[in-house]
Design a protein around this ligand. Structure first.
Ligand code: PMV
Length: 361
């Protein structure tokens, strides 16, 4: 491991400052499901970075005169103090101390909010943890001028984000990102994600992802519990091999602009993820009747019209609808007429591949 000891403040310094980042969520097409060690993936994953589902995080920091190992944090989410989240963030910040030793020397006051509705059931850990990791990385660079090259800055931010939530490592990059070591992509790593935009055909630079909110109740099994259940899943090793194979074919499809092959892989991955949940011990189901109704309608519509409309699922019941910008008008009509009825209060979040995080101050 790199030596991070130099990232400590002289006790006389008394620094303070404020950093804000807006960072998006992402949708994995090749899913990360199952991990080992300290947040290391059991297979590589590949995702599209979204535009509209964003966390906005401000971190104010102030040097502490006394410190004793743990991070010192206050946390407000959408104007409210949430002790449970505050504890989680405190644990996270304390856990990244080996990579950013100055963390214990500062008091942090963190405020965060999401652009997507609270009750939408959208996983916010990717946007939230990437926004926080970007703030911490910026603070490191402000205090120590340690990351002047953009590639080094992004790599450090991605590594810190990964330690908070695996999928967050990919949100650091615009367009498309890959996390996890694979012989298919040079420079790939289990420690951090890498940008993939240059390896992806322009068709996929503007791909739509409309998120149909078919249920907004809290998940019965959290992502971390879901990952843990992979350790005893009978199909785990088959799954990891399958993910690696699917990644190879997806990379080809993305490079060539092959939307049909892309769609087939996206749907197989979504179904594999949920199949793994169903055969876990104990078994669980995160899909709802409306999830299946939407999937059937999408398949029927595709068969009838030849439209390039595909679905994906995250670890929850909501359906992500993927389609190229060139077919947006016709597909939107279908969504409004046939699918909106399955959504809670008609809620659909219209998103698409995006420009990645931005620093506000
Ligand atoms: O980053 P986590 O630990 O919340 O896991 C995310 C898992 C999936 O969203 C289901 C897949 C993925 O790769 O994002």
């Amino acid at each position: 491991m790199e030596n991070y000891d130099k990232l400590r403040l002289a006790d006389s310094k008394n620094v303070n400052g404020k950093v804000t980042w807006h960072s998006p969520s992402n949708l994995a097409i090749i899913k990360y499901w199952g991990k080992h060690g300290i947040q290391l993936p059991n297979n590589p994953s590949l995702s599209m970075t979204l535009t509209n589902a964003i966390s906005k995080t401000t971190v104010e920091y102030q040097q502490r005169s006394n410190y004793s190992g743990g991070a010192e944090v206050t946390f407000e989410f959408e104007g409210k103090q949430l002790p449970k989240f505050q504890e989680r963030i405190k644990r996270y910040l304390t856990s990244i101390k080996p990579f950013v030793p100055f963390i214990e020397q500062l008091q942090f006051d963190i405020k965060s909010e999401n652009t997507f509705p609270h009750s939408s059931g959208i996983a916010s850990s990717a946007s939230a943890m990437s926004a926080l990791a970007l703030c911490i990385t910026t603070i490191e660079d402000e205090l120590f001028n340690s990351l002047p090259e953009i590639e080094d800055f992004e790599r450090k931010a991605s590594l810190l984000a990964r330690l908070g939530s695996g999928s967050a490592s990919r949100s650091i990059f615009d367009s498309w990102a890959l996390w996890g070591k694979t012989g298919d992509v040079e420079g790939s790593s289990d420690e951090y994600a890498i940008p993939m935009k240059e390896k992806v055909h322009p068709t996929f630079h503007s791909l739509h992802d409309d998120i149909l909110i078919v249920s907004s109740t809290e998940k019965s099994v959290s992502s971390s519990d879901g990952h843990a259940l992979m350790d005893t899943n009978t199909y785990a090793s088959t799954r990891y091999d399958e993910a690696k194979r699917q990644l190879f074919y997806l990379l080809e499809a993305l490079k060539q602009g092959d939307i049909e092959r892309f769609g087939k892989i996206a749907e197989q991955e979504a179904m594999s993820l949920h199949a793994l949940m169903m055969v876990s011990n104990p078994s669980y189901i995160l899909m709802e009747p409306a999830t299946l109704a939407v999937i059937k309608k999408v398949r029927g519509y595709r068969k009838d019209t030849g439209a390039h409309l595909y679905f994906s699922l995250d670890a929850g019941p909501n359906v992500h609808l993927l389609y190229p910008d060139s077919e947006a008008e016709q597909i939107n009509e279908f969504i409004q007429n046939e699918l909106k009825q399955y959504c809670v209060n008609g809620l659909i979040i219209n998103d698409k591949v995006g420009p990645g995080p931005i620093q506000i101050d």
